[in-house]
Ligand binder design. Structure first.
Ligand SMILES: *Cc1c(COP(=O)(O)O)cnc(C)c1O
Length: 473
């Protein structure tokens, strides 16, 4: 029988683990970005039963290197241009380690006051850092909370909206209708399903030629739904859609929503970080009247997954929809009403000390350091776009105000599909696609912590070479 790891053994292995991570990150460019593992390959390398006797740390680490690493897609590679970034950084990794090491549970203020207060405080900092409405600050009627993901933020917003509408009126769930643009994230539909509202009651409002929601069509749809006996209750506007980074007209949407009593949730999961820089803060225009907002430091703010910052302008609406108080959770701090109990702001009861890594990141970089790196990513995306425009058979297909460039080869979907596949096979870079106006479009998303200009320039060269090979058969 193996004993607990004593603290001397922990010290030895702990230092080695840090060395291991340094080795991983400093050699990451030698690995194919997209994992080449076949389905089932990882599992077939693992024993079919758990070990009866404990094993040495060395043996475990050997399997990490031989079995786990080949099965990884390297999100932290500077050549990772796929989907969206899920970047991390030294201070984030260390903050996460500290959180695991302290092992606290922050479900109530009382179960670790620092866990709650640091979180509320850092989320207040971010209100100022991103130029968000002051009503989101925790010293007013609103407040912020860390959720695991933008999907959970959307779900909580939708549950609060449903509660507000159903509490106040005699309404059945199938009457409720929600709205988002045709380019909104699938998490809106998922939230609706979880909330017991038919998915058919989600109106996917058409977009204009910049792929942003048409507020006039939204308004007309709401009016038509009301005439048909439906009850509009929720709209999700997106700042930076996943496909193309389109920015919905939040102010116009909010105006329509306010007129009819809809809850407005704003999903800025990836793009929100841009507002750290004053010159990009315009993306948050029109947020003044919204009910909730979220963005993901775990995408583009050097904070490892999971960390979504979710804000509400009226925390009582959220808390009313999610709070229950069994006897075993009763305590005087909560009942005095003077503290935040974050369990009432989310689906699960328990919660990790996620604010630590965010606090570490903000303190390590400082506002100006974060601004510098975000501007650098924007600059790299602009370099890519301007180099691409010089290539004869490629075109840019959507506005690219931030760090995502959508482009395609002019000879059709099949060529673009092949390009995507060949780039991944070569292994140095990895990008993914979307559909815009029915066409197969490649997306270059810049946001990994260590992506530099040389990676962008060498990717352009690769693209040219791969394209030439495709054309020569
Ligand atoms: C990535 C993304 C999401 C989903 O984010 P999770 O945190 O993984 O749930 C939702 N909306 C937008 C706009 C995104 O870019």
């Amino acid at each position: 029988m193996s004993h607990h790891m004593d603290w001397e053994e922990f010290r030895r292995n702990g230092y080695r683990m840090i060395d291991e991570l340094i080795e991983y990150h400093t050699t990451i460019e030698d690995r194919p970005v997209l994992s080449r593992t076949q389905p089932g390959e990882v599992r077939s390398a693992l024993p079919s039963e758990a070990p009866v006797e404990g094993e040495s740390f060395d043996r475990i680490m050997e399997d990490v290197r031989n079995i786990v690493y080949p099965g990884l897609t390297h999100w932290q590679s500077p050549g990772f241009f796929a989907y969206f970034p899920a970047n991390t950084s030294g201070p984030s990794i260390l903050g996460e380690l500290l959180s695991a090491g302290l092992g606290v549970q922050g479900m109530l203020w009382q179960t670790s006051p620092a866990c709650t207060e640091l979180e509320a405080h850092v989320l207040d900092w971010l209100v100022d850092m991103l130029g968000l409405p002051a009503v989101f600050r925790s010293d007013g009627p609103g407040g912020g909370v860390i959720q695991d993901s933008a999907s959970s933020a959307c779900l909580c917003a939708l549950i609060a909206a449903r509660h507000r509408m159903v509490q106040e009126n005699d309404i059945r769930l199938p009457q409720l209708v929600a709205y988002c643009s045709e380019h909104a994230h699938s998490s809106v539909e998922k939230a609706l399903r979880i909330a017991g509202i038919p998915a058919a009651n989600l109106r996917k409002v058409p977009a204009d030629d910049t792929y942003a929601m048409r507020a006039d069509v939204f308004s007309a749809t709401v009016t038509a739904d009301i005439s048909a006996g439906y009850v509009p209750f929720f709209v999700c506007a997106t700042i930076g859609t996943t496909s193309s980074h389109a920015i919905d007209p939040v102010a116009s949407i909010t105006e329509v929503a306010a007129h009819h009593g809809l809850w407005v949730h704003v999903d800025a999961a990836m793009a929100g970080t841009a507002a750290l820089c004053p010159e990009f803060r315009y993306i948050h225009d029109g947020l003044a009247g919204v009910d909730s907002y979220c963005f993901n430091p775990h995408k583009w703010m050097f904070t490892n997954f999971d960390c979504d910052c979710f804000y509400v302008s009226d925390r009582s609406a959220l808390v009313r929809s999610l709070s229950i108080l069994p006897e075993y959770l009763r305590n005087t701090a909560s009942e005095s009403g003077s503290v935040i109990d974050y369990r009432d702001w989310q689906v699960p009861l328990g919660r990790r000390f996620r604010a630590l890594k965010l606090w570490f990141v903000i303190r390590h970089y400082g506002v100006s350091g974060l601004q510098f790196h975000i501007r650098e990513h924007m600059r790299l995306a602009r370099i890519f776009a301007s180099e691409l425009e010089k290539l004869p058979r490629f075109e840019i297909v959507a506005p690219h105000p931030l760090n995502l460039v959508c482009f395609r080869h002019t000879s059709g979907d099949e060529t673009n599909r092949l390009l995507e596949q060949r780039i991944a096979e070569e292994g140095r870079y990895y990008l993914t696609h979307t559909l815009l106006d029915g066409a197969y479009v490649l997306r270059l998303s810049v946001g990994q912590t260590y992506t530099e200009e040389r990676h962008i320039r060498s990717f352009i060269k690769d693209l040219v070479t791969i394209e030439a090979k495709l054309h020569s058969g």
